[in-house]
Design a protein around this ligand. Structure first.
Ligand code: RB5
Length: 158
């Protein structure tokens, strides 16, 4: 799998550590889209870079890191076709692949350490989507992108 990776300053140290731990993987290729220091940058810019490449098919998956992993997931989910989640435990890492077919993993560099981040990332990378009834639910989310994005709640509900 081709995996696009990026962080802001809050996730920079964890990104560097995670990339060095995962880069020996025979099955996956990781491409780093920055940031390259602890100098302050805006996480939506990095989320957009990775999410648009994943949604466009250039990469299979993305990993985004910021201080909490929260802003990155919020921003990435604005891109059509992206299902991004913040995960800080191994159970959720597995379940969000099995049931949600997530294509972006967001991690918080100020929340978890490198050992847990590595365990979560490895589980998330190898776990396959279960399909079946979950495909129907993903399809409903996909339909929301067509029917609801850009509309105010009132318009959608009427
Ligand atoms: C940056 O200070 C911080 O807001 C960012 O890394 C992230 O945690 C946002 O969700």
């Amino acid at each position: 799998m081709r995996v696009a990776v990026a962080s802001d300053h809050g996730g920079y140290a964890l990104k560097e550590e995670l990339l060095s731990r995962l880069s020996g993987s025979v099955n996956d290729e990781f491409v780093d889209f920055g940031t390259n220091s602890e100098e302050s940058v805006d996480y939506p810019d990095l989320a957009r870079e990775v999410a648009s490449r994943v949604a466009g098919g250039e990469f299979d998956r993305g990993i985004l890191l910021c201080g909490t992993g929260l802003g990155m997931a919020i921003a990435a989910n604005k891109v059509r076709g992206i299902r991004a989640v913040t995960v800080h435990d191994p159970y959720s890492a597995r379940m969000t692949r099995l049931h949600n077919d997530t294509n972006i993993l967001a991690l918080g560099g100020r929340v978890i350490g490198p050992d847990l981040a590595e365990e979560i990332a490895r589980i998330w990378l190898v776990t396959k989507f279960e399909g079946g009834r979950h495909s129907r639910r993903i399809e409903k989310i996909r339909r929301m992108e067509d029917e609801m994005i850009g509309k105010a709640g009132g318009d959608v509900l009427s």
